[in-house]
Design a protein around this ligand. Structure first.
Ligand code: AGP
Length: 612
């Protein structure tokens, strides 16, 4: 997904723009560029590949000026190339634009502009924007702001824009519809950025621009209005992210740092949401009475967040008896799921900007449903479009592969399930206390697993080289198997498949051979599930399969059957996924490290998929 930055102040803009783009690298990109207003013209440079390539050009040819915009491009329309890289310009070079999003009607706009004599240098949808602004001025728009407003009214699709005008060397214009854009407020300097981490080191207050709003930034102030020209008094938010959260803090990658942050985050969520008396307050906007009447829940999300939703479904059903359904947001949005206003919709999203999840929320709101989001980013679109929110409070998750947000989402579901069950009388106070006592053990259990990272590293290095791997689990740990497989494939690029272990006989057992690593999540349970998992492991072993087991400390059976075992502390089965997944995160991490991939920025992936 593309990254947008902008600066106006008294410092040289170029270094600030490059620093901001570097902090957005986690979003994924294939080219980058900046533009600066200098000496009565807009100067620019852009290059394909990593930012370091652009930096080399700028070292040889510095761009001087205190007003500029920058962009990292994740190609949607047009191949990665210098010509297609942003910024894009008007015919006369007096207007420059960077853009995150997709202009769906760009083709017809391009045709109209070409009929008016405009020529284009790129294949991108974005390039129509500076030409439309230029044409609006030529047609008599009274000011750059009016020309921009007239242009925005013609666009269909999504945009987060940064715009420079040669004739306004002290101003950066911006606008937002469907793609996030933040205005950072500094001391005699102001910024725009797609996400907080880009400017976290420079600001402590920000404005989260809303859809349909635009703004003009000068060094000493910001003016916000709607694209209809109505002034807006923006809400200024204190930036709650710890500055250090957007730094490596001594770890070799953000992903490894974020894996290590999990025990602290889980502990903090328990401290925040469980009172000293051992009660859990319903989320703001919901109530115990609402929970008592609730009879259906629909959880919608994507990727890792979908696996968290699968876990939430099992837990809520197990504790409350409410019918819970989960669906991939990208599928849900095309269904006719016969949902009535009494259904609680739970979108789960780390970024709060995932297009499919947002589309599902908007659909559900049309049906009159209440929306309770589990999300990590304050001010994000999912947060602003939901009735009630559980913040996972992880701080920025920079690694593209989600780790700390995932276990925090699971903890959110554990707390929600216990809260609903208590409100409905499905749990006595004594039972609630027992569950909460067991939940309090989870952060330390996760910490225990992480302390075994060297042993897990050796296992990852030993089994990383095959063409594929198979992950199997049951019930609460079936989603864990799916998540472990996703982690492995997205950062190590080794194909991996997660499967319900009970399905082995229905097909996957045909895959078993000496070289296929089979990761079996086989931790102790209070019922027959463990024995059934053990049978699955024996089936694999009987066919000379290569077994990596995730087992409970003290288990004496699995080591007889397995090539390698990762031992985890015994915890309540319902909460074991938060512990078991930490082992699989590290297993995938070290497999990827052995394969030499770019772990924080895996190829083709973006941290937040704001396009369909
Ligand atoms: C997670 O490792 C992936 N990067 C991806 O599947 C992600 O979980 C998915 O895109 C959903 O993102 P969200 O949580 O920000 O909505």
């Amino acid at each position: 997904m593309c990254g947008v930055v902008g600066y106006i102040g008294s410092k040289q803009a170029a270094p600030i723009l490059i620093d901001g783009l570097k902090r957005l690298e986690y979003r994924g990109y294939d080219s980058a560029g900046i533009a600066v207003v200098c000496g009565g013209k807009i100067v620019s440079d852009k290059e394909v590949g990593r930012l370091v390539n652009l930096e080399k050009l700028l070292e040889a040819n510095p761009l001087e000026g205190v007003c500029g915009i920058g962009h990292t491009r994740w190609a949607t329309h047009g191949v990665p190339s210098r010509a297609n890289s942003h910024p894009h310009f008007s015919s006369d070079g007096t207007i420059s634009v960077v853009h995150n999003g997709i202009i769906e009607n760009y083709s017809e706009l391009r045709d109209e502009l070409m009929a008016q004599g405009h020529t284009f240098l790129s294949e991108t949808d974005t390039e129509v924007i500076p030409h439309l602004i230029e044409q609006a001025l030529a047609d008599g728009a009274m000011s750059p702001a009016e020309a921009l407003r007239l242009t925005l009214k013609k666009l269909r699709g999504a945009y987060a824009l940064g715009v420079l005008f040669r004739d306004e060397p002290q101003s950066v214009y911006c606008a937002r519809l469907g793609s996030p854009l933040i205005i950072g407020l500094g001391e005699n300097e102001n910024f725009i950025a797609s996400d907080v981490p880009a400017i976290i080191n420079r600001i402590s207050r920000a404005i989260y621009l809303n859809d349909g709003e635009m703004a003009v930034l000068k060094a000493d102030g910001v003016e916000v209005c709607t694209i209809d020209g109505q002034p807006v008094v923006p809400e200024v938010k204190e930036i709650t992210f710890e500055a250090e959260a957007a730094e490596h803090s001594g770890f070799e990658t953000f992903m490894l740092k974020e894996i290590h942050e999990q025990p602290r985050i889980l502990r903090a969520l328990l401290t925040k949401h469980v009172s000293a008396e051992g009660t859990i307050q319903p989320p703001a906007g919901l109530s115990e009475n609402y929970f008592r009447k609730l009879n259906r829940i629909m959880i919608v999300s994507c990727g890792t967040a979908y696996h968290a939703g699968m876990y939430g479904k099992l837990l809520i059903e197990n504790l409350t008896g409410i019918a819970v359904e989960t669906d991939l947001a990208s599928e849900f949005r095309y269904r006719d799921p016969k949902i009535d206003p009494g259904t609680l919709i739970i979108p789960v999203s780390q970024s709060g900007e995932t297009a499919d999840t947002l589309a599902s929320i908007r659909m559900a709101k049309e049906w009159g449903c209440k929306i309770f989001a589990i999300c990590n980013v304050e001010g994000s679109s999912v947060v602003r479009e939901s009735d009630s929110v559980f913040f996972t409070d992880c701080g920025p998750e920079i690694g593209v592969a989600s780790t700390k947000a995932y276990t925090a989402q699971q903890m959110a579901f554990a707390l929600l399930a216990l809260c609903i069950a208590t409100a409905r009388g499905d749990l006595t106070p004594e039972q609630l206390k027992s569950y909460l006592d067991d939940l309090q053990e989870i952060p330390d259990a996760v910490h225990y697993v992480i302390q075994q990272k060297d042993d897990i590293r050796k296992i990852g290095e030993k089994h990383h080289d095959g063409p594929s791997s198979l992950y199997i689990g049951r019930r609460f740990n079936y989603p864990t198997a799916l998540e472990g497989a996703l982690k492995n494939k997205e950062i190590s690029y080794q194909h991996a498949e997660g499967y319900a272990a009970g399905e082995m006989k229905h097909g996957p057992i045909a895959l078993i051979n000496e070289s296929l690593p089979v990761i079996c999540i086989c931790t102790k349970t209070a019922d027959e599930v463990y024995e059934k998992m053990l049978s699955n492991v024996k089936e694999v072993e009987a066919r000379s399969g290569r077994i990596i087991a995730v087992a409970t400390e003290g288990d004496t059976e699995l080591c007889k059957l397995s090539d390698d075992v990762i031992y985890v502390p015994e915890v309540r089965d319902e909460f074991s996924p938060m512990v078991n997944v930490a082992a699989l995160q590290l297993l995938a991490y070290y497999a990827a490290r052995a394969r030499g991939t770019d772990i924080d920025k895996p190829r083709n992936l973006a941290k937040s998929v704001t396009v369909e």
